[in-house]
Ligand binder design. Structure first.
Ligand SMILES: Cc1cc2nc3c(=O)[nH]c(=O)nc-3n(C[C@H](O)[C@H](O)[C@H](O)COP(=O)(O)OP(=O)(O)OC[C@H]3O[C@@H](n4cnc5c(N)ncnc54)[C@H](O)[C@@H]3O)c2cc1C
Length: 431
């Protein structure tokens, strides 16, 4: 660190942290500030492409942007922030080489959220999450392993193999739609496999309520056409090894549960002892924490006032990549403004809508409030991801993957992962 330079530390390298670090690297001179990025992985994960990774349409590296080579101006510290001393202004980090203490003048917290789980018997030991690359790859391996094992049996027809996706938000819906298409296309290659069944269950009345009734129904129609059993007002009562009991009383044998039932606040936030809304750190419209001018927060970990809604409503931005990737640079610019003694600017972004890739020609989208389905939605969905993916190389890899995936998906797995790395209750808490 150059003498007199400020120390800027960013925690978390997802949508918020990565784009913040990129803006800091581009705009801050080395004589002005050092930039340290604390991250528990060496890549920025583009989570919306996880279903494409799970079905094998794209290489996992297309959805992971390397930190060291794309943020050369920053020092990347591989580790997990475990606490912040707000008095001394230092971050405690658990790193693979032991505990570290990293002092800062300005700290931006962007650790995102974690999978929200509930106290359901068997869930912690058996349910797979769907928020990390390891979880997406493990799910793919599990699906292939189950099909290959059933095919090896010489007493057809084997009992059905079941996969239950819990949570019909956009992540769970995309996953069930894309995976059921994958297994449909794989089955002719495995003559001894009787049936692979996909269930999509949610305790609410609708699928992807954020898209509105019409698009939700279009998605349900497509899912049912692909044979997915969509059940509303249903959840998991217990998981007992391979047997799963639903809250409607159905017991399903030989089932794998994939838990996509929402995001909870990152546990780091509650260690700060600062005000929170729904577990997210309260920040002002300029993304700094009231009464803590050195501390900023963005993304799923922060309760950012939604300036596009009437102020009286007290609305906060939804936890989406769309917001996080804009809040990151906005916070970075405000940190720079504070370093240079200038005025801070409030964050403001009008939601552009959602895009949902259901595999094949299937998609639903609501860009700028216009409901689309089928090919027009597909074009908007793919176009948006190509635009939003950082680096030309990743855009090209994703485009090539989609072009080659076609109707014949690959059925190769590597067997490198074990269940421990993919459990919803644990995956995000290991280094
Ligand atoms: C399957 C799926 C599909 C999605 N699709 C869409 C979509 O289509 N559109 C959309 O807008 N949003 C989508 N989202 C939501 C979106 O990905 C999140 O809202 C977004 O990633 C939030 O950004 P963030 O920077 O706050 O957190 P994240 O992107 O989750 O990044 C946080 C990072 O910090 C790391 N971290 C956590 N704790 C620590 C710690 N203590 N120390 C160091 N590092 C830490 C995490 O490992 C992670 O790398 C999707 C999410 C999923 C799971």
């Amino acid at each position: 660190v150059e003498e007199g330079a400020f120390r800027v530390v960013v925690v978390g390298a997802g949508f918020g942290g990565y784009y913040a670090a990129r803006t800091l690297c581009r705009k801050l001179d080395e004589s002005e500030a050092s930039i340290t990025l604390v991250s528990d992985s060496d890549g920025m994960l583009y989570q919306p492409l996880l279903p494409d990774v799970a079905v094998g349409a794209i290489d996992p590296r297309a959805a992971n942007v390397p930190l060291n080579s794309t943020l050369r101006r920053a020092s990347v510290v591989r580790g997990r922030a475990t606490g912040v001393d707000l008095e001394v202004r230092a971050v405690d980090v658990a790193s693979p080489s032991g505990p570290l203490t990293i002092p800062y003048d300005y700290l931006l917290l962007a650790p995102g959220g974690v999978t929200r789980t509930f106290d359901i018997p068997g869930l912690a030991e058996h349910a797979i999450g769907f928020k990390t690359t390891a979880e997406a790859l493990y799910l793919r391996e599990r699906v292939l392993a189950r099909i290959e094992a059933a095919n090896a049996s010489d007493s057809p027809p084997a009992a059905p193999i079941n996969f239950i996706v819990v949570g019909a938000g956009y992540a769970g819906t995309e996953l069930a739609a894309q995976m059921s298409r994958l297994t449909d296309h794989l089955l002719p290659t495995f003559p001894n496999v009787g049936e692979v069944r996909w269930l999509l269950i949610d305790h609410s009345q609708s699928v992807m309520p954020e898209l509105g009734h019409w698009l939700g129904e279009r998605a349900v129609t497509l899912l049912r056409r692909r044979g997915v059993d969509v059940r509303h007002q249903t959840s998991i009562a217990r998981i007992d090894g391979g047997a799963v009991e639903l809250t409607d009383g159905t017991v399903i044998q030989d089932a794998t549960v994939i838990w996509c039932a929402g995001v909870a606040a990152n546990p780091l936030i509650s260690t700060l002892g600062l005000p929170v809304t729904k577990g997210r750190l309260v920040v002002s419209p300029t993304l700094d924490v009231p009464d803590h001018p050195s501390l900023f927060a963005v993304g799923d970990a922060a309760a950012v006032p939604d300036a596009s809604q009437p102020a009286a409503a007290g609305a906060i931005c939804p936890p989406t990549a769309q917001h996080a990737m804009r809040q990151g640079p906005a916070a970075a610019r405000n940190i720079i403004a504070r370093i240079r003694g200038r005025d801070l600017r409030a964050y403001r972004h009008r939601d552009l809508g959602l895009v949902v890739d259901l595999g094949g020609a299937g998609a639903v989208a609501k860009p700028l409030g216009i409901p689309l389905s089928g090919w027009p939605a597909k074009a908007v969905t793919r176009g948006y991801h190509v635009y939003a993916l950082p680096t030309a190389r990743r855009r090209l890899t994703a485009l090539t993957g989609w072009a080659l995936a076609g109707r014949r998906p690959d059925d190769v797995s590597f067997g490198l992962l074990d269940l421990e790395q993919a459990l919803a209750a644990r995956s995000e808490h290991s280094l």
